[in-house]
Design a protein around this ligand. Structure first.
Ligand SMILES: NC(=O)c1ccc[n+]([C@@H]2O[C@H](COP(=O)([O-])OP(=O)(O)OC[C@H]3O[C@@H](n4cnc5c(N)ncnc54)[C@H](O)[C@@H]3O)[C@@H](O)[C@H]2O)c1
Length: 255
């Protein structure tokens, strides 16, 4: 479905990113793992099937660093002659991230919002400048159900987990950044959409999985493979006039 499209995916070495990279390569796209850790990116690539290796590339990119972004856009342009899409998927957080509301310091709140939401803005801005010159582009922002609905705090009872307040603010802000940018880029042949994900299975405690399941319709927490179809759709020509939208893949958690 992707016909040699060059797709840059930030945080491509992570849990969700790796599944997206595999799906893009499987659909004949050129999937670029753009991660702050080159080593993790190379390991992620090596862990994917041999048959897909020619369709996967790895670059070191820090979404919070302007020079890193500008340099890599230039490098990819020279190497591939084009960049068709950017997927904002990285998940930066500082060492104090993940605390309960009353334990979050002002400085940590600001730093985490700056790293994550600020980082997504930073990458989007520089790629968009390139896309305007190129004459086309496609941006997909990876968001979360917690950008959409209030946390169901009861499902975390008995675990050390919570929904950090920064995360809720970051992802709800990101949802609107999509709409802002889609509108700003009118007539530029660049579309911007959000892909909102429900929770992804990653060894969470049984009690939490059971409580989470109660909030869903058929499955509960999802496997990374469950969410990749919507990503491929948003990257493909099939969604050419889907713009400024939010596709939600959460087994009904948010209804
Ligand atoms: N895992 C879930 O349950 C879930 C649910 C909903 C949404 N999401 C979203 O999916 C996206 C990916 O999450 P994940 O669970 O795969 O996270 P992850 O921690 O497994 O992977 C994140 C990746 O981002 C990279 N990264 C961190 N800082 C970076 C930076 N400054 N520049 C570039 N790369 C950087 C890390 O090296 C890592 O490879 C995030 O936007 C997250 O909010 C995840």
């Amino acid at each position: 479905m992707l016909n040699n499209q060059v797709v840059v995916l930030t945080g491509g070495a992570g849990l969700v990113g790796k599944a997206f990279i595999e799906a893009i390569a499987q659909n004949s796209g050129v999937a670029i793992i753009a991660d702050i850790s080159l080593e993790k990116g190379q390991q992620a690539k090596a862990s994917l099937p041999e048959s897909l290796q020619d369709n996967i590339d790895v670059i070191e990119l820090d979404i919070t660093n302007k020079e890193s972004i500008v340099q890599q856009i230039q490098f990819l342009h020279e190497k591939y002659g084009r960049i068709d899409a950017l997927v904002n998927n990285a998940y930066p957080r500082n060492k104090n991230y993940g605390r309960h509301f009353f334990d979050v310091e002002y400085e940590d709140f600001n730093e985490n919002v700056a790293l994550h939401l600020g980082g997504y803005f930073n990458v989007s801005k520089h790629f968009t400048k390139f896309f305007v010159e190129q004459g086309h582009g496609n941006i997909i922002n990876i968001s979360s159900i917690y950008g959409l609905v209030a946390p169901r705090f009861h499902i975390y009872e008995g675990t050390k987990m919570t929904v950090p307040v920064e995360y809720a603010v970051i992802k709800s802000g990101l949802n609107h950044l999509t709409e802002y940018m889609a509108a700003y880029l009118k007539d530029k042949n660049i579309r911007v959409n959000t892909l909102t994900l429900g929770g992804i299975l990653d060894g969470q405690p049984e009690s939490f999985l059971k409580n989470y399941r109660e909030e869903c319709l058929n499955k509960g927490m999802l496997n990374p493979e469950d969410i990749v179809g919507s990503m491929v759709y948003l990257l493909s020509e099939q969604s050419k006039y889907v713009n400024g939208q939010n596709i939600i893949v959460d087994d009904g958690f948010s209804i």
